[in-house]
Design a protein. Structure first.
Length: 99
């Protein structure tokens, strides 16, 4: 793991710097919008255009990694969920009446 400079910096035992940070970002659909995450003070959901602005600031401050989390609205979520996660044939996903 310590062959590469990046992983070596992440695993350094004796110091904590901006090099060790991973910045979580919650992305949502839309344009030019930010909204607070109620359960996480000072954390916001961002649209893609706002993410680009935020990423520019992170580069300026030297944060090396962004962890992206997609926020899916409830209407879209229903179409992505498995119809029946435990099927006889072991496949999940949306299936028809013939299986």
């Amino acid at each position: 793991m310590r062959k590469h400079d990046f992983s070596c910096r992440l695993m350094s035992e004796n110091k904590l710097t901006v090099d060790d940070l991973i910045y979580p970002v919650f992305i949502m659909e839309g344009e030019n919008h930010r909204e607070p995450v109620p359960s996480m003070p000072k954390v916001e959901r961002l649209t893609l255009d706002q993410l680009l602005i935020e990423a520019g600031l992170l580069v300026k401050y030297g944060v090396p990694v962004i962890a992206l989390f997609l926020v899916i609205d409830e209407r879209s979520k229903k179409s992505l969920m498995a119809g029946e996660p435990y099927t006889v044939h072991g496949q999940d996903g949306i299936i028809d009446e013939d299986g």
